[in-house]
Design a protein around this ligand. Structure first.
Ligand code: NAD
Ligand code: DAU
Length: 341
């Protein structure tokens, strides 16, 4: 059945991949991207779908109540999927405030709009970081949906706050919500402030590869398309009021990822430079995806060995996309973050 879906934050990494997935799979759905184009939002990413008559782009902030209400009045959406967020942990350590505004207050505005105008499903895209971290010497431990919230950074605290609000709106106002908590994504259109695209861009430019601490921290990497497919399943078949963890049992140490990138690009490991660690740096993330597998039949399809090759090839084929980004304001960001590290 035809549906109208508002996708917030759709000019960013995962949101854009989700829009491409949805427009391709559901040719009768109307998809509206609501994005205020922060430094992380890139309209050029959405160019391939701009002329699609089932797609509309709206440049507004999720924190702007009037703008959000106006959009709900115009479009009468069936579903909203909230990707819009400040998403980078390092930036949250330097400047937490915007994380509270966007990630918490923005989410509340969206849910108020859902209450006021009615909605079939309000989906909140959350993160495994709300669970805090796991010790390296307990490989038997994984995050389940029942793991207590125990955040480390302003970013993860803001995402956890949003999750709690979403669940409160369900209990108090009976809002039909779902939440997904995914592990680290990688793939096309990943902003080059994050580990994998930063290392690819730096390696291609023969610049130092800044590994935090000893590079022993572990992340559970998932190809972005697999995350998009999981959200597609949750918004159509997931149980209202439920949280679903998403992850593919693909734990890797940072240093091993950086070495793989060097190898794939034929660059020397001597580019690797160990720099001062991130404050409050989480050691290990690892998702137990049993619930989404048992209830919705979701399993990751892309193996890391294939996904990283595809990703590196995408950055080689789309140099203009990331070179434009790293030649602008990003230069100041990079100096501030890595200059004296
Ligand atoms: P991103 O930083 O690449 O993109 C964020 C997008 O949100 C950008 O287009 C930006 O312009 C937009 N945005 C920011 N503030 C906004 C506002 N006030 N109003 C409207 N739009 C706004 O982020 P991402 O990596 O694609 O992450 C998307 C979501 O997924 C986030 O909620 C994040 O917490 C979550 N998540 C990310 C990962 C990951 O590995 N990247 C993993 C799990 C969960
Ligand atoms: O787990 C899901 C989360 O994954 C999402 O909620 C966040 O939005 C997303 O940014 C990501 O957070 P991380 O902090 O894990 O990702 P990041 O790419 O910033 O860092 C990955 C690891 O690499 C982390 O241990 C820090 C390290 N790192 C990162 C950068 C940018 C480095 O060693 N050097 C770097 O230059």
């Amino acid at each position: 059945m035809k549906k109208t879906i508002i996708v917030t934050g759709g000019a960013g990494f995962i949101g854009s991949n989700f829009i491409f997935h949805m427009l391709k799979k559901y040719t009768d759905y109307r998809i509206i991207c609501l994005d205020c184009l922060t430094y992380a939002g890139n309209l050029s990413t959405l160019m391939p779908v701009m002329d699609n008559t089932n797609f509309r782009f709206v440049k507004e902030s999720i924190t702007d109540r009037d703008a959000v209400y106006k959009l709900f009045e115009e479009e009468n959406p069936d579903i909203i999927v909230n990707f819009a967020a400040e998403s980078h942990v390092d930036r949250s350590i330097h400047n937490p405030e915007v994380f509270l505004d966007t990630n918490i207050k923005g989410t509340a505005v969206l849910m108020d709009a859902c209450r006021k105008y009615g909605i079939q499903r309000c989906h909140q895209v959350s993160t495994d970081e709300v669970y805090g971290d796991l010790p390296l010497d307990r490989p038997d431990l994984f995050f389940t949906e029942d793991t207590p919230i125990h955040t480390s950074s302003p970013y993860s605290s803001s995402k956890a706050s949003a999750d709690l609000l979403v669940l409160a709106y369900h209990r108090t106002y009976n809002l039909p919500v779902t939440i997904s908590r995914c592990s680290n994504n990688y793939g096309p259109y990943h902003f080059p402030e994050k580990l994998i695209p930063l290392m690819i861009a730096n390696a291609l430019n023969d610049r130092p590869l800044p590994v935090y601490g000893e590079g022993l921290n572990v992340r559970d990497w998932l190809y972005v398309e697999d995350h998009c497919k999981a959200i597609d399943l949750i918004i159509h078949q997931g149980r209202i009021g439920e949280v679903y963890n998403i992850g593919g049992h693909n734990e890797m140490r940072n240093i091993d990822i950086v070495k793989i990138i060097c190898k794939e690009l034929g660059k020397p490991e001597s580019l690797i430079t160990y720099v001062t660690d991130r404050k409050g740096h989480d050691m290990r993330y690892a998702i137990d995806p049993t619930k989404i597998h048992n209830e919705l039949g979701w399993l990751p399809e892309t193996k890391f060995a294939d996904g990283i090759k595809k990703t590196i090839q995408w950055y080689l084929d789309n140099k203009e996309w990331w070179e434009t980004i790293i030649s602008g304001e990003y230069q100041n960001y990079y100096k501030k973050m890595y200059g004296n590290r």
